[in-house]
Design a protein around this ligand. Structure first.
Ligand code: ADP
Ligand code: MG
Length: 582
């Protein structure tokens, strides 16, 4: 029997020296480290408390959160920022379920992460005999992620971690669940056999070269375009083909539109950016090339009024996932492969006889951009009191311009919509937001991961409602002394703070919060810097100071409570009642 298949029980192996033994705990840690995974985001507790301790002792960075969902969101963002799976470690049943929300969100967003959860004893769980935190976690995780594995024997840990890494990062990235029953962690093996059982994954996300005829077809369609448009999505940001994407845009002369997390892939003030002429280009383009962006609700499924006449467009789509093609509309030129390989293949076709798009098209876009930019800029300078979204974001816009390598985290309803269009980004992967689901609650998890993974200052622009979902994690930010400045746009409620209880009863309306809350004092409670800002100047000063000092800071930015609109820009998604009117 080969040594690596041998599992040795410490109790019966009297002769073995402790240093010649290893166990489940250490095999998990060694397997991760062998694959250059050196950070864990999690919440300690039974049965994984010692796993975190040992990981820290072995030199891993272990960031403990207050709630698993935020640890999971941090792991997902770490995956997006590094192309390595972010690790979230949780306890069984409830901790696992808390982390599962983040795992599902990561999968939806195509971010690679691995949720590792401890679980109770299989024998008791499977007979439903009522164990501590009993739950069949594997079965529950399966439909919500790309792959789910359970490990029962210490000698399988190496293979399980390898499979989890491959599943998370290869092809379309996503979330993976790894179930570790408590008993596994204490299982003992000979150290040498343990070492041999580990797997260093070779080429975990292999390049996927597009077929030459698919490249030729895409170029053919592109060459026939009169009003071409490129849409860059967060898949393009993830792919790290920054230089080639920029070269493709610039050599082809085609205007481009960044989806929100693709902002900064080319600087937002690039002359070919069609961001400020979004409605014009979506409506008028005749050929649209999607690069790492899906035709989902964020793009109105490629249909409806915003897209002009039905059938007026021909689509080219670059994606690593073949089944993404034709998901909503016919894709005339599907280009299946990794974005780096696809873009570099296209670049070779943009050669000597390439014709830049007609100037009627590019001039019309420039004209519309100038008009919209002028309209916006006057609003940004307003010094009205209390601040509105525009004046507050006008201040933050300049700060981001002066600090292009800072990372912007952004969530909320109005706070999200306005910040997305007002704050220009200048470098790739600097904007982290609510992603494909448009969820609330990613803020502090994303901010922690951004600071930990990049070491750059982080500015988190949060609606007061959005902040509430992960607000307790400011203690985590203070505890690890992370360079995070949180700005809470405080308009006293969800959407706005002016709603009243329609029944006239004593409860406040469903969408309002305590008036004039002082979120800044929460930060002070944990030793961070708290600032109450009522004008754009005060806001500017506080944020600049925070970004210079790197001290954990929370700025309570007082926004006019009448300023927001229902559900921000997506109010149309609310169903309407024919019986009552709110
Ligand atoms: P956005 O929300 O910015 O429009 P989406 O999340 O909808 O972006 O789309 C991202 C797309 O990018 C997904 O369809 C995913 O399969 C794809 N993708 C992710 N990474 C790569 C890659 N390296 N190469 C090709 N496609 C990728
Ligand atoms: Mg609000």
């Amino acid at each position: 029997m080969p040594a690596m298949a041998q599992s040795v029980d410490a109790k019966t192996n009297e002769a073995a020296e402790p240093e010649s033994l290893t166990d489940g705990f250490h095999l998990v840690i060694d397997a991760l480290k062998l694959n250059d995974i050196n950070t864990i985001y999690g919440v300690p507790g039974i049965p994984i408390t010692d796993l975190g301790r040992f990981a820290q002792a072995e030199g891993m960075r272990v960031i403990s959160f207050r709630h698993e969902q935020h640890a999971g969101n941090a792991a997902a963002i770490a995956g997006f920022l590094t192309q390595k799976p972010g690790i979230c470690l949780t306890v069984s049943a409830p901790g696992f379920l808390n982390g599962l929300t983040a795992l599902a969100n990561a999968t939806t967003n195509c971010f690679p992460m691995i949720l590792i959860s401890g679980s109770s004893e299989r024998e008791i769980v499977d007979l439903q005999q009522g164990d501590y935190e009993e739950m069949d976690q594997l079965a529950i995780a399966k439909p919500l992620c790309k792959a789910a594995f359970r490990v029962l024997h210490a000698e399988d840990i190496g293979i399980a971690v390898a499979r989890a890494i491959r599943a998370a990062v290869s092809g379309r990235p996503g979330g993976v669940y790894l179930d570790l029953p408590a008993k596994l962690l204490g299982q003992v093996m000979e150290a040498e056999a343990g070492r041999k059982s580990l797997v260093k994954v070779v080429d975990p996300a292999p390049r996927q070269i597009p077929a030459p005829d698919a490249v030729a077809r895409a170029l053919e369609v592109l060459k026939g375009a009169k009003r071409p448009l490129i849409i860059l999505g967060k898949g393009a940001a993830y792919a790290r083909a920054d230089a080639d994407i920029r070269a493709l845009v610039e050599k082809s002369g085609i205007p481009y539109l960044p989806m929100s997390m693709a902002k900064g892939l080319l600087p937002d003030d690039h002359p070919q950016s069609a961001g400020p002429a979004r409605s014009l280009v979506l409506k008028e383009a005749d050929v649209v090339m999607l690069i790492g962006a899906r035709l989902n609700w964020l793009l109105s499924h490629g249909k409806g009024k915003s897209w002009g006449e039905p059938g007026s467009k021909t689509f080219i789509q670059i994606d690593i996932e073949p089944r993404e093609m034709d998901s909503n509309l016919e894709i005339a030129a599907p280009l299946v492969g990794d974005i780096g390989s696809c873009v570099s293949a296209l670049l070779q076709g943009i050669d000597g006889d390439w014709q830049a798009p007609p100037s009627e098209w590019t001039d019309a876009i420039t004209e519309r951009k100038e008009k919209n930019v002028a309209k916006m800029s006057s609003k940004l300078l307003s010094n009205s009191l209390p601040m509105d979204f525009h004046s507050a974001l006008g201040a933050l816009r300049s700060i981001v311009k002066e600090r292009p390598d800072a990372i912007l985290v952004n969530e909320g309803a109005n706070t999200l919509d306005f910040a997305r269009s007002i704050i220009d980004m200048y470098q790739p992967r600097k904007r982290l937001d609510v992603g494909t689901w448009g969820i609330m609650g990613i803020g502090m998890g994303a901010a922690v991961a951004a600071a930990v993974e990049t070491g750059k200052p982080v500015l988190a622009v949060e609606g007061d409602s959005a902040f509430g979902f992960s607000g307790m994690e400011i203690e985590t930010i203070c505890r690890y002394n992370l360079p995070v400045c949180v700005v809470v746009f405080n308009n006293n409620g969800i959407y706005r703070g002016t709603d009243v209880n329609p029944s006239g009863g004593p409860d406040v309306a469903t969408t309002v919060f305590v008036k004039d809350s002082r979120y800044d004092k929460m930060m002070e409670a944990f030793g961070g810097v708290g600032v109450h800002a009522t004008t754009p100047d005060e806001l500017s000063r506080a944020v600049n100071e925070a970004m210079d000092s790197g001290k954990p800071t929370l700025v309570n930015a007082v926004i006019d409570e009448k300023a927001g609109t229902e559900s921000g820009r997506i109010g149309n998604l609310n169903p309407q009642s024919v019986v009552s009117k709110t």
